[in-house]
Design a protein around this ligand. Structure first.
Ligand code: FE
Ligand code: FE
Ligand code: ZN
Length: 275
């Protein structure tokens, strides 16, 4: 069975996100842990959270994905910026323990002029400082399009971060189809080869979530502009191959396409009709 959902606004609260998901035929979803600019998070409403957990259990939801603010930069040259990323992620992870057994996804960061090697080291260092032996959340590194000096544009860069992490079993990977396409992996004509390459370099057992997006730009553009399913350069045929690929069986697929709820509902219906 296809496990699929989309990015939802968390502004109405926990249970409301679960209800939105149900309304559009989803059985998972993603949300920002706080506003994308990384301001202070709201106090947790534990009763509301319990209601969401009950809704998820009752309706057989797959694991859900919390997304860190995308403005954080774990490998900034500015120590205060790295410190802010560390504090924010640490706080997010503490809060995630009230919703145990789910995912916390983040963008590795941009090394600016420091170089990939130093950036990779800083990202791993930050994770080594915040990961806890007893945490119930799996932290995910998202594959990136390679805009500017983004780290995570190649499977090698992700693998290098993973290799430097001590509590390795607390960390996995989220593959964003728009990002890997924009990074230059040809998932349209050579999906099997890309999957094999992922397996060889990172290991498929690390892959926990797929961000399912079409792209407004051709492969290798390093742009990162998401498009609606079937309306971009990846196209519906390749997206069919992706959701049906045996390597991705049982993984949650999260749509981050430019849509409101009704648009997401249509895409979920379309994709469930295929698989
Ligand atoms: Fe992301
Ligand atoms: Fe994404
Ligand atoms: Zn993106």
């Amino acid at each position: 069975m296809l496990r699929i959902g989309c990015h939802l606004s968390s502004s109405k609260g926990w249970e409301a996100m679960g209800q939105d998901a149900l309304k559009i035929g989803a059985d998972t979803f993603q949300f920002f842990t706080r506003n994308p600019r990384g301001s202070k998070a709201k106090a947790l409403n534990l009763e509301d959270l319990e209601n969401l957990k009950r809704l998820m259990a009752k309706n057989g939801f797959a694991r859900i994905v919390a997304h860190a603010p995308y403005t954080l930069n774990a490998c900034s040259a500015d120590e205060r910026v790295r410190e802010f990323a560390r504090e924010t992620m640490q706080d997010d992870l503490k809060r995630m323990e009230y919703l145990p057994g789910n995912y916390y996804n983040f963008h590795p960061g941009s090394h600016v002029k420091q170089g990939v090697e130093k950036g990779v080291r800083q990202i791993a260092e930050l994770l080594n400082e915040i990961l806890q032996e007893d945490q119930k959340t799996t932290v995910l590194l998202e594959t990136m399009a390679g805009k500017g000096t983004e780290i995570g544009r190649t499977f090698e860069e992700i693998a290098e971060i993973l290799s430097q992490i001590k509590l390795s079993d607390k960390v996995g990977v989220c593959m964003d189809t728009c990002h890997v396409h924009d990074a230059g992996y040809d998932i349209v004509n050579h999906l099997d080869e890309t999957v094999s390459e992922f397996d060889r370099i990172i290991g498929l057992k690390r892959l926990k979530v797929i961000h399912l997006n079409d792209s407004k730009n051709p492969s290798g553009s390093h742009k990162d502009r998401h498009e609606k399913i079937g309306e971009g350069w990846i196209g519906l045929e390749a997206i069919k191959q992706i959701i049906c690929h045996p390597a991705f069986e049982n993984l949650p697929f999260i749509l981050e396409t430019p849509n409101q709820l009704d648009g997401y509902e249509k895409e979920i219906r379309l994709l469930r009709g295929i698989k």
